[in-house]
Design a protein around this ligand. Structure first.
Ligand SMILES: Nc1ncnc2c1ncn2[C@@H]1O[C@H](COP(=O)(O)OP(=O)(O)OP(=O)(O)O)[C@@H](O)[C@H]1O
Length: 279
């Protein structure tokens, strides 16, 4: 890990401590450079193993793409990390100290894990800026002050996020009038307002135009290093853009890791070709 990332990890650790003071005694500890440990997770639905001894590790600031055929367990994995599904066995640890399996969904979000579902869910009647403001105030304690003025720092963050998500000129636009891709960016922006350590993104470019997909790749690459990103995606061109020929890709199959490595290597792997790419 670079000194910059170490510093970012330490800063996040302090932020997370502040955030979770009411929930947890200790904040997450990222000193090992690891954002998330998933260890030997198994999930069964009526005897069918959706996850089967799944293990993987995501580093602080890493951008990891997860690919795999339909039914491989990708969504179930995200459900376990975010507390929606309780596994039958295994461990999920945020940093090196926080046992996510002991936390409820809202606490997991509060500790710094953000999730983007496949469909955009923005407030269609509100403007772009109002959507971002709401995300900032999603914390129930400040919801009462919904229309209170933002602090200078919050205003700066909002402007920064607007630029990041390519909606700088669309701040006053009603969200319902945005294109599908712009709605997806807005929802990502809403997550960013809460400054998550780890972002889970489920098929973020499904339904996007080629240009929107390209700009989404640029967005994710600009977030890498500042956040850990786990991107589940079937669009191989997009995965290629994100991995830049050097990053690790994880291939899931039947609820466990079938292969892990550089995209070119997993694409050449006979097992992967047989179950996924060769179809
Ligand atoms: N609540 C549930 N009850 C029963 N079976 C389930 C449930 N959720 C998922 N499954 C099954 O578990 C397996 C893994 O599903 P999951 O949605 O995690 O796969 P996936 O890799 O996300 O697939 P896709 O690429 O199609 O989204 C599938 O066979 C699915 O039918």
């Amino acid at each position: 890990m670079t000194p910059d990332l170490m510093r970012a990890g330490a800063e996040r650790m302090a932020t997370a401590r502040g955030r979770t003071g009411a929930v947890l005694q200790e904040g997450p500890d990222f000193r090992h450079g690891v954002a998330l440990y998933v260890e030997d997770i198994s999930v069964s639905f009526d005897g069918f193993k959706a996850l089967n001894d799944l293990s993987l590790t995501i580093d602080v600031g890493e951008l990891r793409c997860i690919i795999g055929p339909n039914g491989a367990g990708k969504t179930t994995m995200m459900d376990v990390i975010t507390g929606k599904t309780r596994p039958d066995a295994g461990k999920v640890t945020f940093g090196s100290t926080i046992d996510l399996l002991q936390l409820k969904e809202p606490q997991i979000a509060q500790v710094g894990v953000g999730r983007k579902f496949q469909k955009p869910t923005v407030y269609e009647q509100l403007s772009v800026v109002e959507n971002l403001e709401l995300a900032l105030k999603a914390d129930r304690r400040v919801r009462a002050a919904l229309f209170a003025k933002l602090t200078g720092a919050q205003r700066d963050r909002l402007d920064e996020v607007l630029a990041l998500i390519h909606l700088k000129d669309q701040g006053t636009r009603t969200a319902g009038l945005l294109s599908h891709g712009q709605k997806q960016w807005l929802e990502i922006g809403m997550l960013l307002m809460q400054d998550p350590v780890l972002l889970l993104l489920d098929e973020p470019v499904a339904g996007m135009t080629d240009e929107e997909t390209e700009r989404t790749a640029e967005l994710f690459l600009s977030l890498e290093g500042q956040h850990s990103l786990v991107v589940v995606e079937h669009d191989m061109h997009f995965v290629e853009q994100l991995t830049e020929g050097r990053k690790t890709v994880t291939v899931l199959h039947e609820g466990s890791v079938l292969a892990e490595g550089k995209l070119a290597d997993v694409q050449a792997d006979e097992k992967v070709i047989e179950v996924y790419l060769g179809r």
